[in-house]
Design a protein around this ligand. Structure first.
Ligand SMILES: Cc1cc2nc3c(=O)[nH]c(=O)nc-3n(C[C@H](O)[C@H](O)[C@H](O)COP(=O)(O)OP(=O)(O)OC[C@H]3O[C@@H](n4cnc5c(N)ncnc54)[C@H](O)[C@@H]3O)c2cc1C
Length: 425
């Protein structure tokens, strides 16, 4: 890690935010640099150390889709994370109080898993170790506090007084992106009037690698299978044969506040009532955290010499577990655009060293073009799911019940749904 210095430090790429999107991007770019005569200089600025207080690596568990695992493998990141993953082999989807239900299964698709569940606290530790060993200048803990720009680049001042310049600035600084605010860029926000209650729960039967998504009157409830080795101390299982599951339960903000305060027995009873007995009897709940659920999107996640990735570009409702999966596709999209541009420069240079402007308008606009279709269709699908499945209006209820039934009666229809769930494009 760098020590403070008054002189302006020039970089090709400066990434603000070192959580899931920023860290994977920095590592992917460092891999791209390997063996290059003229490597790109990369700096990563992250406000928090990867400890308990890190907002991007908190007690949440997330499902990483099969397609994302493939990409993380290609970036050379997954091998160090794979031991932390719990496979999702089957997904059960149901509509509480209605006849609709269906399953997605890995086996008929010829796969060993539809995705992997990881605890972000554990992932954060591993990614930070990888960042420290990679050819990246890491400023951590340090915050971007001031930003000015001209035709040639951005000029950044950190809260510790360090000043840097960037030909390309990457905002990976989350839903309330400071870069977005400093550059006075707009983001559209839809407030779903829901909050997610997130906790690890224990059931009295093994999960056998099933994940569950249950649509209830108040909002969707998801349970993801977890390993029996907790990332957080004090979450050991009460009995052998029991299982740990990660719960994301979308409810009204008032109900979320009530569930967060409820004593354990009351909480478990309300959960059992909402979810039913399919996963067994709920026997324990860990620390509960609530998140307000909004959809925040930038129509064009670019600016002069600047691109936005991950939650800084769009923050999704966790209904379909697509937030990081989509963010990773931003990361991969940007790496591919830079890789192609570098290859063109190399081909034309014929062995000579030539200047390369990674923040050029061409590169920024190629990133925009590469991401438009996937972003729009994913955002549309998620809004449709949130509105369609949180609604008790009878034609919608009948339509979605029929939709879920059709999926189970007509297995060929499942493939496209499974493909979306697994992050295949
Ligand atoms: C309850 C819940 C369940 C979810 N489940 C899933 C799931 O199953 N599958 C899935 O794919 N996604 C899921 N998601 C979404 C996923 O967690 C996020 O999309 C992903 O973690 C976002 O990563 P990020 O790096 O883009 O942003 P963030 O995690 O918000 O990281 C932003 C980083 O920027 C840093 N930062 C901010 N400002 C500054 C500054 N001024 N200077 C320096 N650093 C700064 C912050 O410290 C932070 O580390 C879920 C989300 C929630 C809330």
């Amino acid at each position: 890690m760098n020590s403070a210095s008054a002189a302006l430090q020039p970089f090709d790429i400066v990434i603000i935010g070192g959580a899931m999107a920023g860290a994977t991007l920095a590592l992917g770019l460092a891999k791209l640099n390997q063996g290059r005569a003229q490597p790109l200089s990369i700096a990563l600025i992250e406000a928090q150390q990867a400890d308990d207080s890190h907002p991007g690596f908190d007690a949440r568990s997330i499902a990483i889709a099969h397609g994302s695992i493939f990409e993380l493998n290609r970036l050379g990141i997954w091998p160090a994370l794979s031991h932390l993953g719990t496979a999702i082999q089957d997904i059960h989807i149901s509509d509480r109080g209605h006849f609709g239900m269906t399953e997605l299964n890995a086996k008929p698709l010829g796969l060993s898993a539809l995705g992997q569940v990881v605890e972000l606290a554990q992932v954060g530790q591993v990614l930070f170790e990888q960042l420290k060993q990679a050819d990246i200048t890491l400023f951590c803990p340090a915050k971007l506090s001031q930003l000015t720009s001209d035709a040639h680049g951005h000029y950044l001042t950190l809260d510790n007084g360090i000043t840097l310049s960037a030909k390309l600035l990457v905002a990976a600084d989350g839903a309330n992106s400071v870069v977005r605010q400093q550059l006075k860029q707009e983001a559209e926000q839809i407030d779903f009037q829901q909050s997610a209650v997130v906790a690890n729960v224990e059931t009295d039967k093994p999960h056998q690698h099933w994940a569950y998504e249950r649509f209830t009157e108040t909002g969707p409830l998801a349970l993801l299978p977890m390993s029996n080795q907790p990332a957080v101390k004090g979450q050991t299982l009460r009995a052998s044969g029991h299982a740990r599951l990660s719960l994301v339960w979308a409810v009204s903000p008032q109900q979320a506040a009530q569930l967060a305060q409820a004593d354990e027995a009351d909480f478990l009873q309300q959960l059992q009532q909402a979810f039913g007995n399919r996963a067994g009897r709920f026997t324990q709940v860990g620390k509960r955290v609530t998140y307000p659920l909004t959809l925040t999107t930038m129509a064009r996640p670019i600016f002069h010499r600047c691109v936005f990735v991950g939650n800084a570009a769009q923050t999704l409702h966790p209904i379909a577990g697509q937030g990081f999966n989509l963010g990773l596709r931003d990361v991969v999209g940007l790496i591919q655009v830079i890789e192609t541009a570098l290859k063109q420069v190399d081909d034309n240079a014929q062995g000579n060293l030539v200047p390369f402007d990674v923040g050029s308008s061409e590169i920024v606009h190629q990133y925009l073009a590469a991401r438009q279709d996937d972003r729009h269709s994913t955002l549309r699908n998620i809004e449709f799911l949130v509105r369609g499945f949180s609604n008790q209006h009878w034609p919608l209820v009948a339509g979605r019940s029929l939709g879920l039934r059709l999926l189970s009666w007509l297995p060929p229809l499942k493939r496209p749904v499974a493909q979306i769930a697994m992050g295949w494009r």
